[in-house]
Design a protein around this ligand. Sequence first.
Ligand code: DX5
Ligand code: ZN
Length: 218
Amino acid sequence: SAKTLIAPSVLASDFSKLGDEVEAIVEAGADWVHLDVMDGHFVPNITFGAPIIKAIRNRTDAYFDAHLMIAPVDPYLEAFAEAGCDGITIHAEAGPHLDRSLQTIRNLGKKAGVSLNPGTPEHVIEYVLDRLDLILLMTVNPGFGGQAFIPAVVEKVRRVKAMIGDRPIDIQIDGGVTAQTAPLVAAAGANVLVAGAAVFKGGTVEAYRANIEAIRQA
Ligand code: DX5
Ligand code: ZN
């Protein structure tokens, strides 16, 4: 699509009022709500799972974009679908049966995404392109918000953009996105930008709106 979508990551929000934060970010102009699920095994941090997503589902109609940083992932896909995720993104590095996992997500009626860590080459998704709705290229090593953007990934964005050809696949960027780094990845072909720390500054709807606009304008 022509428009660049902004997907704030609630990882940087105040978890003590997560439902309010989700409402606030949507009111502030967020296109998608990005939900970072971490297991303390695939990544060195633990966040939340399907029950929390289910609990905030009734607070907004916005698109719930789940980023699963968990291994194994297959046993949990149904629970995330039932919790009300609209898109489910898994990591190529998290399991040996990427093709099967992607089929499962689509069979659950959800948009299927695959994520690549900064050090993972794009060729690992070459044979699953027709099963994908979204490719998430990590611009930090997953596990924590507020890390520095890794510029080497910009070249991978270009290569993935060329690789997908005319397929209707979103290219999403996650990690260290700011008004400074957003133009680099947008120019390379990314159309969905995740941002945590850069969006959840200020703690009010007005601040969130200004933060989202700053990235969108950039
Ligand atoms: C990192 C997560 C990201 C992270 C982004 O493991 O997948 O979504 O929260 O946060 P910032 O924008 O602060 O780098
Ligand atoms: Zn994420």
